[in-house]
Every structure is written in structure tokens, then in C-alpha cells.
Write a protein that binds this ligand. Sequence first.
Ligand SMILES: [Zn+2]
Length: 366
Amino acid sequence: MSERLVLRGVKRVSGETVDIVIADGRIREVTEAGSGSGDRVMDFSGVYVSSGWIDLHVHAFPEFDPYGDEIDEIGVKQGVTSIVDAGSCGADRIGDLVASGKRARTHLYAFLNISRIGLQRIDELSHLEWIDREKAADAVHRYKDSIVGLKARISRSVVKESGLQPLVMARALSEQLSLPLMVHIGSGPPDIQEIMPLLAKRDIVTHYLNGKKNNLFGPDGQPLQVLRDAVARGVHLDVGHGTASFSFKVAEAAKRYGIPLGTISTDIYRGNRMNGPVFSMSHVLTKFLSLGYPLEEVIASVTTKAADWLGKPELGRIQPGDPARLTLFTVENKPVELTDSEGKKRTAGLTLEAKGAMIHGEFIEC
Ligand SMILES: [Zn+2]
């Protein structure tokens, strides 16, 4: 008989307190607090539980420098049970990334960089011959269980003289392979006014709260019409905090003007994990609590919203019969100083902190 593990007294973000019984890596029962029975009981009174966090934008290929990191370091060890690598690899190395994903405890999905070289160089779209349609199609076919979309980084230092052409080619590849695009935005050219109209329903614009010159908000904080139009046609917004792509001022404007909160992702890699301003998913979530978003909405942005975009709603729920992928975390009345990508500071009253992840029937402490 397999062991029945009881997570005693965990709190849902809805406020309900329950016991969760797990056996063979699956959720067996969700019961009233105190009434779950099993062979082993872990007391989690006062600790929150949600379905396992999903980080839609990470760099999980440590072979590449500077944008790389170890899968489990940015996954389960931070309470994140599923990560989506955001185009670290193109067709040349995606096989190696998928293989290391199979050896890790964190679930790994990936956006395939439309440049076959991926982030081997950080100007990966400066030579159009690196966009090899045949190689990309072959990679998508071979790794279809892992690849969830295509990645194109459309900013000056990446495309150099190629301008908008890589995005036009990405759009064609997206239609050909029936996969959505994740488009990174940053400094122009290309101009944001030219980029946004090329994005379609279910495409993702990542770094939407960046504070650079070529961003999605006017000087007074007003959202640009191209952003409003994109939201209206179903383009998905993703934070992708990263070293240089999250501004408190912009995030405050987005909230003030009613731009819906997208998925919260980190764009984490070794450098911004160890030296900030990202540090961890918990730290990024704390920033959104400090902006005044309710806990339920913040957690939805790393659970149900990401799961729905992935077309895997089971990743965003806690339901008997499903594999147990859970994140345990606390929210404490403890002030913490936060810094955005512009070096601007805010002080949060509440600190959110991951305590552990439940995955493959195992509890991994953070
Ligand atoms: Zn990135």
C-alpha cells in the first residue's frame, strides 16, 4: 500500500481551510480541515496552498551565458512546479533543453526561438539566415509535447539592421506551424506602433510593463491605442520582469487605467536571481501585492491564467484524481523593500514567500 500523506490545515486563497490527502503522487481527497486521515501528517496551519505555480518566462538552459540557469533552481526550489523556457534555444539546441527537462523535477515546457541559434548570441535575429523554417518545423514536430509556442525577441539589440523582418517571418512561421508567438518588446527600432498590430489572438507580448522609451504607455502613463486594440483582440499580456523590463511607474499606470493584469512571470536567470531585481517568483509576486492587487488575483496570474493559456486547465486546479502539483506559501505582515528594473524603490507591507512544492509525490522545501 502506498503512503497517504495529509497536508493538514492548508489555506486556499479563497479563505477556506482544508486538508489535502495525497497518495501515489495524486490528490486523493480534499476534506474539511482536521478530518483528512493518512499515514503521515504534515501540519501546515497558517500556510496557503495553490495549484503549482507556473512561470511562463524563464531561461533554463545553463549552457548559455548570460541568459541561463538550472531548471530546478528556478523551478521547484522556488515553489514553481512548471516553467516555460522563453526561447533560450532554437532548433539547434532545443533537443538538449528538452532532455535536461526530463531529468529535472520541475515540469518544463518551451517556446522555440525562431532563430536556430537561440540565445547562443544575444543578437540572434540580426542575421535572417538564422531563421531556418525547415529546421524550426522539424524541431516542433520532434518535440511537440514540450514546445508551446515560438519566441521572437523584437528589440534593437537583437534584430539590429533586420528591423521588422524577423517579426514578419515569425508571423508566417506561426501560421505554418499553428503555434502562437511570444514576442519580447524593448528598445526600438522597431517601433512599438509597428510591432503590436502584427500580434494575433493568443500571441503573447512579454515585458508589457517595461519602462523603456519604446514601451506601451504614453509619457502621462496612458496606455497606447495599440495596446488597447491588442487586448481587445485577445493578445495575452505577460510580465517577464527580468533585469530590465519591469517598472513600478508603468505597472501603477497600467492598474490605474484598467489594463487587465496578465500572467506574472519572472524572466529569471542566474544573474537576476542572485543579484536582483528578480530574485525569485515569490519576490515578484510580492511586488504585485504591493501594487494593491488582491492575493487571489496575484495567485491566479501564476496558476489558472497561465494554465488556461497553455490549454492545460488541470495545471491550475486542485482536484481529486489529478497529479498533486501544489505550491505552499505564506503571506506575512512584514515590510520589505522592493526595487524595479529602473532602480526605483517601493516598500511592501506584505511579504509573500514560497515554503515548498509538492510534486511527483514528494515535498520539496524552498
Ligand atoms: Zn527572457
